[in-house]
Design a protein around this ligand. Structure first.
Ligand SMILES: *[C@@H]1O[C@H](CO)[C@@H](O)[C@H](O)[C@H]1NC(C)=O
Ligand SMILES: *[C@@H]1O[C@H](CO)[C@@H](O)[C@H](O)[C@H]1NC(C)=O
Ligand SMILES: *[C@@H]1O[C@H](CO)[C@@H](O)[C@H](O)[C@H]1NC(C)=O
Ligand SMILES: *[C@@H]1O[C@H](CO)[C@@H](O)[C@H](O)[C@H]1NC(C)=O
Length: 168
């Protein structure tokens, strides 16, 4: 009987797990990366950048860099006083999008004038479809689907197998 209850509980657990969307790591520019001759306004069009996502910049470390600036300096391509220098030196930089606001990122060294500049707006992720209403959206958890899904699934299969052996 106990085993059957465990199996039932496990089945219930399995079906009440709410799948959530994993955070996205955006490779800026897609296959063209952080480069000349890419229009990053076009690249960002139609994309939704959510709190918790990352931007991943891949480029020639001897040429470009990754500087966060304000709106004015983004428009003017002024890299003299960046808000933040995300350049680490390897030509592979990650920018965590941990605030819901606009992010303005340019390359200095003249590349911004050629179009190497990115402006995006970071939004709160949409609430999961079947979750109970949460007033403060920014506190909604965003976890990796697999981590929650796999364990109950294994447990369920094991429990059902146990129940089968003992009762049928
Ligand atoms: C951006 O920074 C520059 C220089 O620090 C300043 O003159 C300008 O007013 C700032 N623009 C905004 C929109 O904050
Ligand atoms: C940004 O930081 C990198 C690595 O510390 C450094 O080499 C580079 O000169 C900095 N760039 C600016 C514009 O401050
Ligand atoms: C977001 O991350 C940056 C860089 O790691 C950090 O300076 C900033 O305080 C963080 N903001 C929040 C709201 O956690
Ligand atoms: C990039 O594309 C946008 C939208 O089509 C356009 O308004 C903008 O002028 C383009 N930028 C460059 C540098 O060509």
């Amino acid at each position: 009987m106990a085993t059957r209850l465990v199996a039932a509980a496990a089945v219930l657990m399995f079906f009440t797990v709410v799948p959530e969307v994993a955070a996205t790591k955006w490779t800026v520019g897609g296959g063209k990366f952080w480069n000349n001759n890419v229009n990053y306004t076009v690249w960002a069009q139609g994309k939704h950048f959510y709190l918790g996502d990352w931007l991943y910049f891949v480029y020639d470390r001897n040429q470009m860099d990754v500087l966060e600036v304000n709106k004015t300096d983004y428009e003017k391509c002024n890299s003299d006083h960046p808000l933040r220098n995300w350049t680490r030196g390897a030509g592979r930089d990650v920018v965590p999008l941990n605030e819901t606001r606009h992010y303005y990122i340019i390359s200095g060294k003249g590349f911004c004038y050629g179009g190497l500049k990115l402006a995006i707006r970071v939004e709160n992720p949409p609430p999961p479809p079947s979750a109970s209403p949460i007033k403060d959206k920014s506190s909604a958890p965003r976890t990796i689907y697999g981590g929650q899904f796999v364990l109950p699934a294994v447990f369920t299969i094991g429990a059902i197998w146990d129940a089968f052996i003992w009762f049928w």
